[in-house]
Design a protein around this ligand. Structure first.
Ligand code: 13P
Length: 255
């Protein structure tokens, strides 16, 4: 079995004031350094205004990093309110979430746009955490497998072998996000295996085995161990539970 990175990423979404964000970051840093196994990578994906202060608090750690939640598909210019991949990189922020279901749902982000964002992020040497996942009605129609394969295909299959290896994928079934309704570890494992097989069909098994696939959707300290025990689940993308330092640390300790 190839060595894949184990990653636990917190997606803070649009939460916290600067003071609260600073406190959360310093608590998580202390706990992670003291308690989390050194081969687990922890990423805190903060609102863009908190990227720099949080990065400063985390320092130059090689196990806990800061990440953005989105970036522009454009290089620079007259795009009021946007943040470019180059800006994120210049602030020494190594990760960026792309294609989160909330961006797809509330901001109209789709496959072709996300392809451009993935390219922009990789051009500036950011690691995209690329999200995919089906809404409830799609799962009920048993069409989740084909939708998720399509999401991965349309935004990632144009990449070279060298570039796809830099991407982290997060499978986040929309019906499990913020609902307290987690996918079972079997459901997560099944979808992760399907995604990996799909990657292998395009890039070869050797490359597919190197890509970390995270599960997201109501991950908490009570269910993380079981989810992370599945062979194709390489970590989690955590929303609500990442806003509490103790709970998030317990999740990061769940490998
Ligand atoms: P919750 O963990 O709050 O369900 O959110 C998951 C998520 O959207 C992470 O990106």
């Amino acid at each position: 079995m190839a060595m894949r990175k184990k990653i636990v990423a917190g997606n803070w979404k649009m939460n916290k004031t600067l003071e609260e964000a600073s406190m959360l970051a310093s608590e998580v840093k202390g706990m992670v350094e003291d308690e989390v196994k050194s081969d687990t990578i922890v990423v805190l994906c903060t609102p863009s205004i908190f990227l720099l202060p949080v990065r400063k608090i985390l320092g130059d750690s090689n196990r806990i990093f800061v990440g953005a939640q989105n970036c522009s598909e454009h290089e620079s210019g007259a795009y009021t309110g946007e943040t470019s991949a180059a800006m994120i990189k210049s602030a020494n922020v190594p990760y960026v979430i792309l294609g989160h279901s909330e961006r797809r749902q509330y901001f109209g982000e789709n496959g072709p746009l996300l392809t451009k964002k993935v390219d922009a992020a990789l051009k500036h040497d950011l690691t995209p955490i690329f999200c995919c996942g089906e809404p409830l009605d799609v799962r009920e129609k048993n069409a989740h497998e084909s939708l998720v394969k399509k999401q991965v295909e349309e935004s990632l299959f144009h990449l070279s072998d060298a570039l796809i290896r830099k991407v982290v994928i997060a499978y986040e079934p929309v019906w499990a996000i913020g609902t307290g309704k987690t996918a079972t570890s079997q459901q997560a494992q099944d979808m992760h295996a399907i995604i990996r097989k799909h990657l292998a069909s395009k890039f070869g098994q050797g490359t597919a085995d190197l890509i970390s696939i995270l599960y997201g959707g109501s991950v908490n300290a009570a269910n993380a161990k079981e989810l992370f025990a599945s062979p194709d689940v390489d970590g989690g993308l955590v929303g609500g539970a990442s806003l509490k330092s103790r709970e998030f640390t317990e999740i990061a300790k769940s490998f």
